[in-house]
Design a protein around this ligand. Structure first.
Ligand SMILES: [Zn+2]
Length: 432
């Protein structure tokens, strides 16, 4: 059954037939809590019990939580008036025994490893990184907020299939906290900005090892067992991809309305039925290029209507965008000559490089010269999207399937915005 749930695309998770019931937060005996060495940090929307010594990072957690509430409210379109009395109770734990001694661990999951939440309560195991401690708080807080949202909107209290429930918690967990200001749903700019988080690294490693996951596999993660860090990484990546993609974010932002529905995945597939082939292709291209600071708006693919290449054709490619369709349909077994010209500018790590389609051979990104013209094909038969190949100033292509050619210049997906200019690219069939 488990195999079917994980790998069977047509098999959906068992339905949640009744509303999910949550107990009210437990009453904490403050005197006994103090006796075992716990203290209470009070915010408006979070009361946090901890055995950690006072520090700015720990004691500001309720302030961070309070700053998240209006951001969650905005995303889920909840009136803040409805939240004025909403509060979660949290436990930040260094020594589990102290919490166990007075019954403050979750009965449902006393062995949780990092974080856990149910109803309006959450638990966090102390982390060595200030970023990741806050991340966990926001992750578990998102679960609490979504559970309340689900109940308050007349839904079951369920918060979606595993990919959505955990992906949203991770999406809202990736944050920036600076000068008392909080931003959620932040694409981390660098590894140093998110110590211990590691989701991008896991996806990149999986891609390089040839074990990337496709969307149906992610959508069928089984949430009735603890997620692996790999599963968290894929759920985050999928939600981040949809949330920031210019073409799909509007539909993605409608999903909370259905979060308690049994047929959430089926509905999502149905809503996306027309774009599904593009979604699969763009997901594969996203995974292939994912990196810190990935600019999804600029990297979003540009598709166009296609026609077979029977004579010379020319198109323009922008240096500051991701994959752009040429609209050229290439026939299996036919050879084509592609040539490119133009001068444009690639800015990389703050330095502008004047560039031609052969690239800047002093600087490399992902194994190719910076600014080099890259190609990839989309199969017209099976929604496959190839690995990038070098085109440069000229190349001969002979696809083994019918394909559509896509082009872009080689640069970090985080550094497209300061590129300038265009290339002119031509193609012609080569006579036998
Ligand atoms: Zn979670």
């Amino acid at each position: 059954m488990l195999r079917l749930l994980i790998f069977g695309w047509l098999v959906h998770l068992p339905a949640v037939s009744a509303a999910v019931e949550f107990a009210a937060p437990r009453q904490v005996d403050e005197r006994r809590a103090a006796q075992v060495g716990l203290r209470k940090i009070v915010g408006r929307h979070l009361w946090l019990y901890t055995d950690l010594r006072p520090s700015d990072a720990v004691d500001s957690l309720p302030v961070v939580f309070d700053a998240a509430v209006p951001l969650w409210a905005e995303y889920f379109q909840v009136d803040m008036m409805q939240l004025r009395n909403w509060r979660m109770q949290g436990f930040l734990i260094q020594d589990r025994a102290k919490f166990a001694a007075i019954g403050l661990l979750p009965k449902e999951n006393p062995e949780f490893t990092t974080g856990f939440s149910i109803g309006n309560e959450l638990w966090l195991v102390e982390q060595p990184s200030d970023y990741f401690r806050r991340h966990l708080l926001l992750h578990e807080g998102t679960h609490g907020f979504m559970a309340k949202y689900s109940r308050d909107t007349g839904q079951s209290g369920d918060t979606g299939p595993g990919w959505y429930k955990e992906g949203m918690a991770e999406l809202m967990g990736t944050h920036r906290w600076h000068d008392g200001k909080l931003r959620l749903r932040v694409m981390p700019a660098s590894r140093a900005a998110v110590p211990m988080w590691g989701r991008i690294k896991l996806v990149r490693e999986a891609y390089r090892a040839g074990v990337s996951l496709d969307l149906p596999a992610i959508m069928n993660f089984n949430k009735r067992r603890a997620f692996s860090t790999n599963e968290y990484a894929w759920c985050w990546a999928f939600c981040q991809f949809l949330d920031s993609h210019p073409r799909w974010q509007a539909k993605f932002h409608q999903l909370p309305k259905h979060v308690g529905e049994q047929r959430f995945n089926k509905r999502f597939r149905h809503d996306m039925r027309e774009e599904w082939p593009e979604l699969l292709i763009e997901w594969r291209a996203f995974v292939a290029a994912l990196d810190y600071g990935y600019d999804n708006e600029r990297m979003a693919m540009q598709h166009r209507s296609i026609s077979p290449v029977t004579e010379k054709a020319t198109t323009t490619i922008a240096a500051d965008r991701g994959w752009q369709s040429t609209g050229w349909q290439l026939q299996a077994g036919q050879e084509y000559q592609v040539t490119a010209k133009g001068r444009y500018q690639i800015a990389h790590d703050g330095a502008p490089w004047p560039c031609e389609p052969g690239g800047v051979t002093l600087k490399y990104h992902e194994g190719y010269p910076l600014g080099l013209l890259l190609g990839a094909w989309r199969s017209t038969a099976n929604h496959g999207f190839s690995e990038p190949i070098a085109i440069g100033l000229a190349a001969r292509l002979k696809p083994s399937d019918d394909v559509v050619l896509y082009l872009r210049v080689n640069d970090s997906p985080a550094q497209l915005s300061d590129n300038r200019g265009t290339l002119s690219v031509s193609i012609r069939p080569v006579a036998d």
